[in-house]
Each structure stands twice: as C-alpha cells, then as structure tokens.
Ligand binder design. Structure first.
Ligand code: ZN
Ligand code: ZN
Ligand code: FE
Length: 753
C-alpha cells in the first residue's frame, strides 16, 4: 500500500525565536523524513510539512514535547493544504525571516550560560577558550539586547559587531549549535572587555575593593562577601543600613557552604533563569555578618555569564553582587548612568556589548516545590501571561513600591521587569521609557489605563497626566492582588473566587488602610467578605517603620495594660508612651488600618525581636524564620485562635494568649509558630464559612504577607486538608510587583460602556 502524502501548514506561537527553534524543527522533520520548510516572521514560526498523516502527527507531538530548553510554546495550529500536482521537493529547508503585521512572537528572556558553552569556555583547545561572551542558541542575552522584532542580529545591540568568517559559518549552518544565534562572536569579532582584565578585577576584589561589573541587564557593585571591611565600605557608600545584599557564587557547591539548600532550591539556582534564591543561611556561613545583618535569609545566585565564570575562576570567594544604583534609583546600565555613581566603586570590569533594556536580577523563594517570586525580572521578563478571554487592550500602571507595569492585548499580558519604588523622578522616567518601549515593541495602543485607587500614587498621577479621563479605570488594591492570581491561573473572569489579600498597605474603598482582606472576587468586582479588625495606626505611615508603636496600639485595643515587662513598652521612653496614649485616646492622626502586615510587625515587637525596621518586611522575616526553626512538639496542644465572626478577624484573643505565654516564659520561637498557625487556621475557617458562595473549591492567596514561605505552606496544608485548592503565585510576586497583572486582568474584562 502506498502511503498518501499530505501537505500541512503548521504555525507555532510563543517563545520560539532566538531559542534554536528552527534548527530543532529542521532536525526533527529531516529525521521523520518530512519535506517542506520552516521560517519565522515577527508573529510566529511557520512550517510547511509534507509526509504521511502519521508522520506529521508524530512530528507535531514531538514538536511540543521535545522543544529546545529555552522555547515556550503557546499555540500550535494545523491547516491541511491542497496537495500539489507537482513534486514538492526532496528536502526540508529553513527560509529567511519575514516582517508581517500582527501580534509579534514573544521576545525571549535572557538565559544563563549553558553547559556546552561552559565546557568550551574551559577547554584550551576550543577557539572560544576564555571568551567572556561565549553564547549559543541555548543561552546568553536576549531581551536586554533586542531593539526590535523579529529577533535578528540586525535588530539587536550586536549589530555593531561584524561576524568573522568562522562565526558566520557556524551561524549559517543549520546543524550547528550556533545556527542563527544572534549574539555570537569570538575573540576575533565579538565584544571585548574594555577596562579591567579579569585578573586585575579579581586582584582588586581580593584586596577589598568595590568593583562595578557589567552583566546582562546592567551593572552590579561587587566586593568580597567574606571581608567585613569591604562590605562595610560598600554599605557606607550606598548609604544602606541593614537591607541585605545578594551574593553570587561560582557554582552550586560553593552555594551549599553558605546555606542549607533543598533539591528544589538547587534546581532553581542552576536553572537557565539563574535568579537570586532566598535561602536560610547556615550557622557556619563564611559570609561577613554585614552582608545581611540580623537577617536569617540570604539571597544567593550562581554565576550566570561567561564573564562571571572567568572571574570566579580567578577569585573563588563569594561576592556581594548588588544592583549598581543609589537607594531607590534605577539600575545603571550604560556609561552615562554609571558615571553618576562613580563615588560608589573603585574600578570597572566593563565591556562593549550595549544593553538596550536594563533588567535587574530576579528574586524567588521556594515553598516546598512551589515557586514563590519576590521580584520578577531577568530570566522571566518579558514572558507574558495568557489571558483566557482577550477583551480590551490595557495599560496597567501598577502600584507605588516594587512597581511593574503591564500591557495587555490580543490575549497576552506582558509584564515589565521590576521597575522599582516610584518615589523619585528617575524611577518615574525609567517607568515612562519602559511603557513607551513596550507599546512600540508589541504595537499596542491601550483602550483602558488601569491605576490603583490610591490618590497619592505617582504611577496613578502619571497615568492621569498622560491619558484622557475616559480611559482611566481605578482598581482597588486588594482586588488587584486577588485578580493577579486569577490571571496567573487562567481563572474564568466571570466566575467568583475566594481570595485572601494580606499585605502591608493598600487604599481601601472607605479611604482607610486595608490589608487583611477576604474578598469574593471576579474580574468585575471584589466584595469585601471579611477583614482583620482595624486598629488605630498612630501617625499613619510613620508607624510602619516602628513595629513597637503598632504593638502598643494593638495592646491598648486589646485592653492589655502597658506593663514595663512587655518588650514594646520597655523600649519606649515614658514621655513617648504618655504622648502615644493621649494620641490614641483622642484619636489624633490615627488611621484605621486592617493590615495583616502590621499585625506581624506588632507580634515581632511583642516578642522582642524588632522594634524599628530599616527596610520593608524586616520584622516579619525575622518572625517567620524564628517560627520556622521552632515547630511545636507533637504533644504540644496549645493553639492561638482569632476571634472570627461573619465579617471580622479579631486578633484580641491571640494578643492575650501571647502576653500570657510570654509571662509563663514559653520560648518565643514557639509563640511565633503558634501565631503563624493561627493565621492559617483563620484562612481555613473563613474559607469553609464562605465556601457556598463559590462553585469551585479554590482559594487565592495574595499580597505581600504571602512572601512568608512558612505562612504560605501552612495555609496550603490547611486548605488542602480541608478539600480546597490553594492558588499561590508562581509567575508574578504576591507583593505589589504583581499588582499590574491583576489591574490588567480586571480592566481587560470590564464591560464596555
Ligand atoms: Zn550556550
Ligand atoms: Zn568570530
Ligand atoms: Fe499590596
């Protein structure tokens, strides 16, 4: 029997450019004996395949399942074409790129050096031995060097490097690992180090100097992380008191000397995204205590560029690698932005491959086997989230702190990399430039501009100044948090879901501060079912840096006397105590606040852990790690429980119990654990109470408080035991870095009027 030859047009969208997709298709088709061609345009990879139906089915199956490591397939569509009368060629070929109208294919994210390239980097016989910019189709810079789409060398910052003959041969050979790898080069034709050599940089680092190092998305400031004087000098130059610095190590083995690492954490550290992973530091860590003063979590990443690997070859100590910027300002990424910082470093390990789009390092934690993003940038940006029902095109401008923005159209939500805290004009400029760039790159002109309802956010006022009144859509802060989970998990925009939004500060519908909310939410509305009983936040935002003031206010609300044996009372001068008592009594400059983040601060202060913070979540992190190290013994049956009625979560009984346990000398770690347990218990109790309001037993957990891995794990365990699915973040952060996605989800699905 003669097999019938069919002819099919196959179109693939997703991250399929700049990731070795066409040579992969070529190899696969040839192996299966198909003829035809593969090419890409600015919106997709297109394939014409001729062969038997079975072979084409097999081809499509393997296309989806064996795609190259950096590829992410969104859709595959197949169309039968008329079988031509004339023979259709004997070969499968690769055709040139075309530029067409339509939604562009996804810009690939940057990737850490692959094992093949690392092998060549260290192989004296290889022609790229010790080439600091070695790359291939499976690794290297992408998003940060792309100027426009389609992704071709001429549209990247590599345009200025004319390939030598040897590189050009590899680039043109479909069987070569470097076929159409846009950033390739070699010692003869590629980028070069322009100031220090690797050996000079290593010698300076060993001597305690601070070096600026140009990476993929910008400059780092680096110093020897085991040298107290070097780290102290970096801290004083950056005017950074306690906020932890991230550390880079040469390999996983070196990382295990700094922190205890689970297999899931090891996988993440060595992934192609190579993010900063927050790990629990070992007691015998060789790091200077100044790297993360008083903080049991340490941010670690593994060297991810060939230049980093060469540097660690010459200088094997762990290095502080912190973004080159002044506190709160954007990252330096070129000569002029670096020049503004020249008092912060002693020398520069620099190179001449330009960075088109700056991009910080990403930060993640693991909760068991679940990813928990804290900052989404290099390696993940700009991969979009697919929206179930594309409706309107939206620009969502995000929040104030840890800002990101999001552009949604054609069923995709493109989230910007981490922009930063919108508290100064330089960050606002970076934000505005980023918005323009995304609009150009994805060719989107938004119908709606979504903003947080907070009247004081810089992102919101920027939106109002740059767009017409009719375009603006205000989105309540905690509704956006819950919606960001819905977007990540592909939830039906019309189907209500129960969502807990626990965070530090968000503007509530009644003008007070919210942050301990249970919402019944879909894309159209977020109904406040229950919330943490509001307390009086004395001095509004000023109290945020002073957990002891929050604790005192909570004690007063719980009718617990301010006795001097209580830690927050003991650390507060009598004069201040009197003034605060009067302030609370007369309700002067006190804002009602239902923030779960503040309750964590108050408990941290009550336990004597921390009474003043110099960076966000400092007290809560210490409370979490203390609790995590102190799980109760099996026979310990003491539990704390919130007072729960239909709509309020009252912490009074817990505060009473904590004070009692402190008086009875219970270990503070155990008290901290019981507190976490009580919050998880409240989450399950309220979920059970309101379960009849939703059809699917699913619960969203969002808001900055869920950066707490212990709390998140306890909530997941409780909810699952109760028969519910706990939806957590794995793409955008639970903190305000995830707001823009939620705003976009809500605005994209709002009814047209
Ligand atoms: Zn490679
Ligand atoms: Zn070359
Ligand atoms: Fe928030």
């Amino acid at each position: 029997m003669v097999a019938v030859v069919q002819r099919e047009q196959i179109e693939v969208t997703g991250v399929v450019q700049g990731v070795g997709f066409r040579p992969f298709v070529h190899t696969l088709a040839t192996e299966l004996g198909l003829t035809g061609h593969v090419g890409n345009d600015s919106t997709k990879v297109f394939i014409e395949a001729n062969g038997t139906g079975t072979d084409i089915d097999r081809f499509v199956y393997r296309l989806r399942n064996e795609a190259p490591p950096l590829a992410q397939i969104a859709t595959v569509s197949r169309t039968r074409l008329a079988t031509p009368q004339v023979p259709i060629g004997k070969e499968f070929t690769i055709v040139e790129s075309e530029v067409v109208e339509g939604a562009p294919t996804l810009v690939p994210p940057d990737s850490a050096i692959c094992d093949d390239c690392l092998g060549e980097l260290n192989d004296p016989k290889d022609r790229r031995y010790r080439h600091p910019f070695i790359t291939c189709t499976n690794c290297g810079p992408r998003f940060t060097i792309i100027e426009s789409m389609p992704y071709d060398r001429d549209n990247t910052t590599m345009v200025g490097f004319e390939m030598c003959d040897a590189c050009r041969c590899e680039y043109r050979d479909p069987k070569d690992r470097r076929y159409h790898a846009q950033p390739i080069g070699c010692h003869d034709c590629g980028p070069t180090l322009t100031q220090l050599t690797i050996d000079d940089a290593a010698a300076l680092l060993r001597s305690g100097a601070v070096i600026a190092i140009k990476g993929i998305g910008g400059y780092h400031l680096a110093c020897d992380a085991t040298n107290d004087a070097a780290v102290a000098s970096l801290r004083s130059r950056k005017h950074r008191a306690d906020k932890p610095f991230a550390v880079m190590v040469g390999d996983l083995e070196q990382a295990t000397r700094l922190a205890t690492i689970t297999p899931a954490e090891a996988d993440l550290l060595t992934s192609s995204q190579a993010p900063i992973v927050l790990l629990i530091a070992r007691d015998d860590t060789p790091l200077s205590p100044l790297v993360a003063p008083g903080n049991p979590l340490i941010g670690v990443m593994v060297a991810y560029t060939p230049m980093h690997h060469l540097l660690f070859g010459a200088c094997s100590v762990p290095l502080v690698m912190t973004s080159a910027n002044r506190s709160g300002e954007p990252l330096a990424y070129d000569a002029s932005t670096l020049a503004d910082l020249d008092d912060l470093f002693d020398a520069v390990l620099d190179h001449d491959r330009p960075i088109q789009t700056p991009c910080d390092d990403s930060v993640l934690r693991m909760v068991g086997s679940r990813l928990l993003p804290i900052r989404r940038a290099r390696g993940y940006a700009p991969i979009p989230v697919r929206l179930a029902e594309p409706a309107r095109s939206v620009l969502a401008v995000g929040g104030e702190l840890k800002n990101t923005f999001c552009l949604a159209a054609d069923g995709q939500a493109w989230i910007s990399p981490h922009v930063g805290d919108m508290e100064n004009l330089k960050t606002l400029d970076t934000f505005a430039a980023g918005v323009t760039r995304f609009r150009d790159m994805y060719d989107v002109s938004p119908d709606v501009v979504a903003v947080d309802a907070h009247p004081g956010y810089l992102s919101s006022s920027w939106a109002r100044n740059n767009h017409s009144r009719h375009q603006i859509r205000e989105v309540q802060h905690h509704h956006a948090h819950v919606a960001s989970i819905m977007a990540e998990h592909g939830c039906d925009p019309n189907e209500p879901i129960l969502g807990f939004a626990f965070d530090g500060t968000g503007y509530g519908d009644d003008g007070t501060i919210w942050g301990g909310e249970l919402l019944l939410a879909n894309a159209h509305r977020g109904e406040r079912l229950a919330h943490l009983l509001p307390m009086a936040l004395p001095g509004g935002d000023a109290a945020i840096n002073n957990p002891s003031r929050v604790a005192l206010s909570y004690l007063r609300q719980a009718n617990i006397e301010w006795r001097s044996n209580l830690a927050p009372v003991a650390v507060t001068p009598n004069v201040e105590l009197r003034l605060l008592a009067q302030q609370l009594e007369r309700d002067v400059a006190c804002t009602p606040c239902s923030s779960m983040g503040r309750l964590f601060d108050a408990v941290a202060s009550l336990l004597g852990l921390r009474h003043r913070v110099s960076y966000e979540a400092q007290a809560a992190i210490e409370l979490e790690i203390l609790a995590q190290r102190s799980p109760p013994a099996k026979q310990d049956s003491r539990r704390y429980r919130f007072g729960l009625d239909a709509s309020t979560i009252d912490p009074t009984p817990i505060l009473v119990d904590i004070v009692e346990d402190l008086a009875a000398d219970h270990p503070v770690g155990l008290i901290a654990w019981r507190f976490h347990d009580a919050v998880a218990d409240a989450v399950l109790c309220l979920t059970t109470r309101y379960a009849s309001r939703v059809t699917a037993p699913r619960v969203a957990l969002s808001g900055g408080v869920f950066q707490n891995a212990l709390l998140t794990q306890l909530c997941i365990d409780r909810l699952e035991a109760g028969g519910f699915d706990a939806l957590t973040h794995s793409i955008v952060p639970p903190n305000d870095g995830g707001l823009a996605l939620g705003q976009a989800f809500i605005a994209a699905h709002q009814e047209k009027n």
